[in-house]
Design a protein around this ligand. Structure first.
Ligand SMILES: Nc1ncnc2c1ncn2[C@@H]1O[C@H](COP(=O)(O)OP(=O)(O)OP(=O)(O)O)[C@@H](O)[C@H]1O
Ligand SMILES: [Mg+2]
Length: 291
């Protein structure tokens, strides 16, 4: 039997997969979600969400996709890992994923692979125009790990962002990336000007961390009224993880496993202490964070 079932959960409460059902909307996450949705509805072009490692970018991007797919008028493509060698590869991936057809008049219309960069760009622009202006849909490209985009890809995105009519941008782009994305963007002058919404996700405060832990417990259908984490244990988890959600999630997961192994029923400071000393012995954790 899984450890979490023994404790009275139906699902694993502290899995590290980016499941939107387990995303606690802190003020920062909520405001990012609302603002990006507004920008997309207004077709304002480019939104950028920055955040340090493990602050919830991927999970939030999935929640956004979920919200957009529930509506019929968005055409969404999600790029998880944008490592494209050159412009051609990137355009090809966009064309394939949006099921874009080449103009039947062009030499390579039956085989996207052999189409030139120019042919692909024209096909993408035509597709965006038809869907947006004629079909009244909103075409959205969401890119996670956007800090990995190389110069050629950034330049190509800048060109596509220029496709517009008098009153609307033809492609809506949402970039999620670690903090170094910011310096990449500032190096391309015309890119920075085009950002209509930007936000940096921060680590959670103590009260948000408490709410996040309780929220995840509830989402995993915890079927008992008894307290699982003592307050001082939560404070310690927050202090050690410095409010970073992935670190908190991992600590909570280990704490619950310890509960089962030790046949205890509530996570107290002692359990967290033990995990911390284990990590310090292994050299995973610096002693300064602990105190
Ligand atoms: N607001 C939150 N509420 C609940 N869990 C969260 C929250 N933010 C992050 N997590 C959890 O932390 C883990 C890491 O989140 P995620 O992968 O979305 O972070 P990330 O910012 O994309 O990290 P990276 O920079 O490494 O790509 C996941 O298990 C996720 O469920
Ligand atoms: Mg991520």
């Amino acid at each position: 039997m899984s450890y979490y079932r023994i404790l009275g959960f139906e699902k694993e409460p502290f899995s590290t997969s980016p499941d939107p059902e387990f995303l606690y909307l802190s003020q920062g996450h909520q405001s990012t979600m609302t603002n990006v949705l507004i920008e997309l509805r207004l077709r304002r072009g480019l939104s950028v969400v920055l955040g340090d490692v493990g602050t919830g970018k991927t999970t939030l991007s999935r929640k956004l996709i979920q919200a957009l797919r529930e509506r019929g008028d968005f055409i969404v493509h999600y790029v998880l890992d944008p490592c494209f060698a050159n412009e051609h590869e990137f355009l090809l991936s966009i064309a394939r994923n949006f099921s874009i057809q080449l103009d039947p008049g062009s030499a390579h219309w039956q085989d996207l692979n052999h189409a030139s960069v120019l042919e692909l760009k024209e096909a993408v622009e035509k597709f965006l125009y038809e869907k947006t202006v004629i079909g009244n849909a909103t075409v959205v490209l969401i890119i996670d790990e956007a800090q990995k985009l190389n110069e050629a890809s950034m330049e190509m995105l800048r060109v596509i962002l220029n496709y517009e009519t008098n009153d609307t941008k033809l492609l809506q782009l949402v970039l999620f990336g670690q903090l170094e994305l910011h310096s990449k963007i500032t190096k391309i002058p015309n890119f920075l000007d085009r950002i209509s919404f930007k936000y940096a996700l921060n680590p959670l405060s103590l009260s948000e961390s408490r709410e996040m832990i309780l929220f995840r417990i509830k989402q995993a259908n915890y079927c008992s009224d008894s307290l699982l984490f003592q307050d001082d244990a939560i404070e310690m988890i927050h202090r050690i993880s410095q409010g970073y959600p992935r670190k908190m999630t991992m600590l909570c997961h280990r704490a619950l496993k310890q509960l089962v192994m030790k046949r205890k029923w509530v996570v107290d400071e002692e359990i967290i202490e033990e995990i911390v000393s284990e990590d310090m012995r292994a050299g995973w954790l610096s002693p300064t964070i602990h105190h």
